[in-house]
Design a protein around this ligand. Structure first.
Ligand SMILES: [Zn+2]
Ligand SMILES: [Zn+2]
Length: 188
């Protein structure tokens, strides 16, 4: 594989003229810049100091363009249940096929595509890979990330982190240390 000529696409662009994709395809890896990563992060996620790395190969099958990519790295996040800080490995592989609308008005049956690939029609001569990578990155993050599947969360009454210990709310007995807080809540 020819090494990717970095000048073709600044990370946030990743747009390719189909005719210019060489016979052997393109293959490279790059760190995605923080200004690309940050707007895509869900509200509970943030960068943890490690880069998000994109490895990608782009090959042409006639007028169709096959993109195979993998995003790796790690992210910090706040657990949806206990509000504790946690980190999460990112390792998300994807395949995507751009199908030329003008050359293939019907679904191509000659397509040698990897299984589980997503399909997108494109018009004209350019394929825009960046939106696909962005979508896949967003899909790699769960809506409600938890620090562990067995996380017990916070007591909805007293806020006790139930991973760290039990509270007495279930027994409907108020810990005397919390009583002033409960009274505060009631008077609000
Ligand atoms: Zn948790
Ligand atoms: Zn409680």
């Amino acid at each position: 594989m020819a090494p990717f000529a970095g000048s073709i696409g600044a990370p946030a662009v990743l747009t390719f003229l189909v005719e210019e994709i060489p016979e052997g395809g393109l293959e490279w890896s790059q760190e995605m810049p923080p200004e690309w990563v940050d707007p895509l992060l869900g509200p509970q996620f943030r960068r943890d100091g490690h880069p998000i790395v994109l490895e990608v190969s782009i090959t042409r099958r006639g007028r169709n363009v096959v993109v195979q990519g993998r995003l790796t790295g790690s992210l910090a996040y706040v657990c949806s249940r206990c509000a504790g800080d946690a980190t999460r490995e990112v390792d998300h592989a994807f395949s995507h096929v751009f199908v030329s609308r003008s050359h293939h008005p019907a679904f191509p049956d000659d397509l040698d595509a990897p299984g589980e690939a997503e399909f997108t029609f494109y018009d004209g001569h350019e394929v825009r890979v960046e939106p696909v990578v962005a979508e896949e990155f967003v899909l790699s993050m769960p809506w409600f990330p938890v620090c562990s599947e067995s996380c017990r969360g916070l007591c909805p009454h007293c806020g006790q982190n139930l991973n760290e210990g039990t509270c007495s709310c279930e027994a409907d007995v108020v810990d005397p240390r919390w009583a002033p807080l409960l009274n505060l809540k009631r008077t609000r």
